[in-house]
Ligand binder design. Structure first.
Ligand code: APR
Ligand code: PHB
Length: 401
């Protein structure tokens, strides 16, 4: 076997999702070089459709980091959302309640902006790598072995490794004595992207006897819609007509019309789970984003949490690598997990309040349903309860907890 090509960098970053890419950018702004290794192609990473809600602190950070030119031009600022039940809209006025809002901007747009910025600065990303192996994590000189797209084997020697490789990545497995807390939900979301002008300015979270539906958008021409379905639902069973029909039923409300249009990609079904892996650090390996935690999409916290993690991590690595000060990295996991658990609770709460549980599920009985309705009515009628939803949805300030 040919010898591996040995290279050096200060931080090896596994994964070019929002977590890995933003981390590389925040490190580079401190003068710390890094290499990003990504299993998939650039086209794949840039086209993957995911959620599209940016919290207030996320937008502030992207602006501070010089990444918001397209976001500011094309992002859609929203001052509230609607909870729709019993065929009626109940608006949660974020601006009035907490003085902040959210911005609708697709996750893959954030990823495109990050990749463009990094490549323009001459900082490469290694796409289509395979067989990533982490080594020496409990020493000050860890390394990452990988096979490049051209088949050559490389070893990247570094001072720290960031595991930003998402839920299906390899980094989490490298942490011994990992504690996993998780919950699976008995439903999934079928998501569609339609070439249809949104008829409503804000997101609608609808609770209906047939199940949950979400009305969202990407631009003045594109609507993004979701339906609660069985977790094992086959998208083939959902014809376009059936999807529109069911969306029409679940989203029905006085004065609301749904614009239909062709789907821009094949509908897909995603299962829903909550998962937290602790600790988020092992020696010189630091986990961030979906590699360490998953939230169900109700509340759109996934990318926002990944971004909050890497902000903390970039500061902590700056302290370690520029000032030999280890307090930041030593407390990274504990500090990151405070925000993670807040978002876990919020996402679980929104999910539990809005979805229909089957009759034979413990939460699907008459008692469980009455509790959901009571919680919905309380949330939309009490200023205190609405404020709590608003504060969590727009995102608590980074470092608040
Ligand atoms: N080697 C290199 N790259 C890998 C490996 C591996 N062994 N395994 C996975 N990856 C890559 C994936 O291809 C993906 O591009 O790591 C990247 C992880 O990116 P994301 O899944 O986007 O995770 P993260 O950056 O933490 O962002 C979290 O993404 O999953 C969504 O909706 C979720 O909003 C959340 C956000
Ligand atoms: C989306 O627009 O894709 C979206 C919005 C809100 C969510 C989840 C997804 O809670």
């Amino acid at each position: 076997m040919r010898k591996a090509v040995v290279m050096r960098t200060r931080v090896a970053i596994v994964g070019a999702g929002p977590a890995g890419l933003l981390l590389s950018h925040l490190l580079s702004r401190q003068g710390i070089d890094s290499v990003v290794l990504e299993a998939r192609s650039r086209a794949h990473v840039e086209q993957r459709v995911r959620a599209g809600v940016l919290e207030h602190p996320t937008v502030e950070l992207l602006r501070e980091a010089g990444l918001a030119t397209r976001l500011d031009a094309q992002g859609l600022p929203h001052d509230g959302i609607s909870l729709r039940f019993d065929g009626e809209d109940h608006r949660i006025d974020f601006a009035g309640l907490v003085g902040k809002g959210i911005t609708v901007y697709g996750q893959q747009e954030v990823v495109k902006d990050l990749i463009g910025t990094r490549l323009a600065a001459g900082e490469p990303i290694e796409f289509e790598v395979s067989d990533v192996v982490l080594d020496g994590l409990t020493t000050d000189t860890p390394s990452v072995g990988y096979t490049a797209a051209d088949g050559t084997r490389h070893v990247l020697e570094c001072e720290a490794v960031a595991g930003c490789d998402g839920f299906h990545g390899v980094s989490r497995q490298a942490v011994p004595d990992l504690r996993i807390a998780e919950r699976e939900y008995p439903f999934g979301w079928l998501g569609v992207l339609a070439k249809a002008a949104p008829t409503h300015d804000e997101l609608v979270y609808a609770s209906h006897d047939n199940g949950f539906a979400l009305y969202s958008m990407r631009s003045p021409e594109i609507t993004r819609l979701y339906l609660q379905v069985r977790p094992d639902a086959d998208p083939q069973d959902w014809s376009d007509a059936r999807i529109w029909d069911e969306l029409g039923t679940r989203l029905a409300a006085d004065g609301f019309t749904l614009n239909e249009g062709p789907f821009l990609e094949r509908p897909s079904v995603t299962g829903m789970r909550s998962m937290v892996a602790e600790p988020m650090r092992h020696g010189r390996l630091f986990l961030a984003g979906d590699a360490a935690h998953i939230v169900p999409p109700t509340g759109a916290k996934g990318m926002n949490l990944a971004i909050a993690d890497v902000r903390l991590l970039a500061d902590s690595l700056g302290d370690l690598l520029l000032r030999t000060e280890a307090t930041g990295v030593d407390t990274y996991s504990e500090r990151a997990l405070r925000r993670v658990w807040r978002a876990e609770h919020f996402s679980w709460w929104m999910t539990s309040m809005l979805h229909r549980f089957d009759d034979d599920h413990p939460d699907g009985d008459a008692f469980g349903r009455a509790l959901q309705l009571s919680q919905l009515r309380y949330t939309v009628s009490s200023r205190a309860a609405a404020t709590s939803l608003a504060e969590n949805y727009v995102g608590l300030p980074h470092g608040a907890l």
